[in-house]
Each structure stands twice: as C-alpha cells, then as structure tokens.
Design a protein around this ligand. Structure first.
Ligand SMILES: NC(=O)c1ccc[n+]([C@@H]2O[C@H](COP(=O)([O-])OP(=O)(O)OC[C@H]3O[C@@H](n4cnc5c(N)ncnc54)[C@H](OP(=O)(O)O)[C@@H]3O)[C@@H](O)[C@H]2O)c1
Length: 263
C-alpha cells in the first residue's frame, strides 16, 4: 500500500467545521480528495472554511445546531443525497462545555453536555451508519480532550462528558469492526483556536494573572514547548480517516506535544 493519505471518492461529514480543529480538518480532507459536508451553526463561518478548500464547488455547507438531535437525521440525509457516495467518514466535533469545578456545576450543565456530545453523536451515527455498512468502510473519529486520560482541573463537566464519549466510541469500535468501520478518539492538547483563547481568558481571571502569564505557564507544561497549530490535529484526524489507518481501532490518540503524563 502506498503511504499517501488518499480520500478520493469518499464523503466526509465534518462537524465543527466553521473554525478551529474542525475547519482545518475539512480543508485537510478536501486536500486529500474527499467530498466534504461541513457542519456548524454559523453559515458565515462555514463559507469562510469552504473558501479555503480546493474544488470548493464540490463541497457543501450544512448549517445545523447539533444539540437539536431530532433535526440531525433529516438534515444529514438530505445533504448526503447530493454527494457522490454515502458518508463514510464522520468527525464528531463541537464546542467544549463551559469551564468550572464539577462540584459547582448543576444538573442542567451535565444534561446539556450529554445532549451536545453523547446524544448528538448517537444521532449522527444513526444518520450515517447504514451507508458505512453498505460500503463496508467507515471511519468515525471524535475530537475529545486529554482529560480522557487524566482529568483536567476546572473542566469538571467536560471531564465527565469526554469520558462518556470515549466509552461511547470504544463500545462502537468493538461492535462495528467486523463491518470495516473503525472508531477512534483524538485528544488535543493546547491548540491555538478560539476555544483556547476562552480558556486562557478564564484562567487569567480565576488566577489573577495576565493572559500572557497563563500562556507562558501552559507552554512550560508541554515538552514540545509550544501550542499546537490546529492543522497538526487535523493531520492526525485525516490519517485516521484514511485506508492507511484500517487496523487502528478503539484508541485514544493524544495530539498534545507530549504533555499528557500517562502511557
Ligand atoms: N483548542 C484546544 O486547545 C482544545 C484542547 C482540548 C480539547 N479541545 C476540544 O476539541 C474540540 C474542538 O476544539 P476547537 O478548539 O476547534 O473548538 P472551537 O474553536 O470552539 O470550535 C468549535 C466548533 O464547533 C462548532 N459548534 C459548537 N457548538 C455547536 C453546535 N451546537 N452545533 C453545531 N456546531 C457547533 C462551532 O461552530 P459554530 O459556533 O458555528 O456552531 C465550531 O466550528 C472542542 O470540543 C474542544 O473543547 C480543544
């Protein structure tokens, strides 16, 4: 097998594609030859990503709030009907839950997180699984957090929800492998996106430091000594989406510059 990421002929449903890691993944997958359906709420954001993709007329934007799970199946199916092939690549990715200690969270925050991540992922799965099975090829990839391995202080609700999604994915990886479908989780470390800006601002306020001090502190915790560019996370996701990664299944892959202190 040639060692080249080639997604020609494949349709990818990329969630969170209006900015950050999802946007870079939509671009990377298009560069690898995939036809991409870009999902997020912001139409302008999606159009901005589309403009950076090769063969932009080939791809389509789907403005959708994935917390409205009852709308997912219909919207995804009608977008996929205009594509050359059924969706065989699904990137489950959206915004992270609000920061704060779990002991100060209320039940609504946990329910909202579960709705936006576990239930949304399940609705996306329902929409694309028959097509993946018909192709005997599927790649389901979630974007989670290194908190799957080591809980992160002050991201209480996120820690709980990421763990639930990691278990969702692991369970599916065992159920679907015999259909040619793999399910893997990518765990970003500090990555230069709007999400990181929000977390830096919150930490600065909470710790009485400047944002520059927080950035320096966090970089000092990364063996690589820097934050990730979202295109680096996208490269890992695009590899996992490709035929090259066919025997990688049920893993949690940190893309964190070596920060996570566990095996
Ligand atoms: N950046 C980091 O340092 C870092 C580190 C660890 C983990 N992560 C996690 O990795 C994931 C991606 O990170 P990121 O930095 O790329 O995040 P981001 O910059 O906040 O982007 C999130 C994306 O999800 C979309 N989204 C949010 N809520 C949505 C909804 N209800 N329906 C549809 N789309 C929705 C957003 O688009 P719209 O607003 O247009 O809907 C946007 O495209 C997040 O879960 C984040 O928590 C990030």
């Amino acid at each position: 097998m040639a060692v080249e990421i080639d997604l020609t002929g494949k349709t990818a449903l990329v969630c969170g594609a209006s900015r950050g890691i999802g946007a870079q993944t939509a671009i990377a997958m298009a560069e690898a030859g995939a036809q991409v359906i870009l999902v997020a709420r912001s139409e302008d954001g999606l159009k901005g990503t589309l403009q950076k993709m090769p063969n932009s007329e080939k791809h389509q934007c789907l403005s959708l709030d994935i917390t409205k799970t009852s709308e997912i199946a219909g919207s995804v199916k009608s977008a996929a009907a205009n594509c050359e092939a059924p969706v065989s690549i699904l990137l489950c990715n959206s915004g992270g839950p609000k920061a704060g200690p779990l002991s100060e969270a209320d039940t609504d925050q946990l329910a909202t997180g579960f709705q936006a991540h576990v239930l949304a992922n399940q609705a996306l799965l329902e929409a694309v699984l028959p097509g993946m099975k018909s192709l005997e090829y599927g790649r389901i990839i979630t974007v989670l957090s290194t908190s799957v391995k080591i809980p992160i202080p002050n991201l209480g609700v996120s820690n709980v929800i990421r763990g639930a999604v990691a278990n969702w994915a692991k369970t599916l990886s065992m159920e679907l492998a015999s259909s040619g479908i793999t399910v893997n989780n990518v765990l970003p470390g500090y990555t230069e996106t709007e999400r990181l800006d929000v977390l830096v601002e919150a930490a600065a306020g909470r710790m009485g430091k400047t944002e520059e001090e927080i950035v320096a502190l966090w970089k000092s915790k990364v063996p690589a000594g820097r934050f990730a560019d979202p295109s680096e996370t996208a490269a890992a996701i695009t590899f996992l989406a490709s035929p090259l990664a066919g025997y990688i299944n049920g893993v949690n892959l940190p893309v964190d510059g070596g920060r996570t202190g566990s095996l």
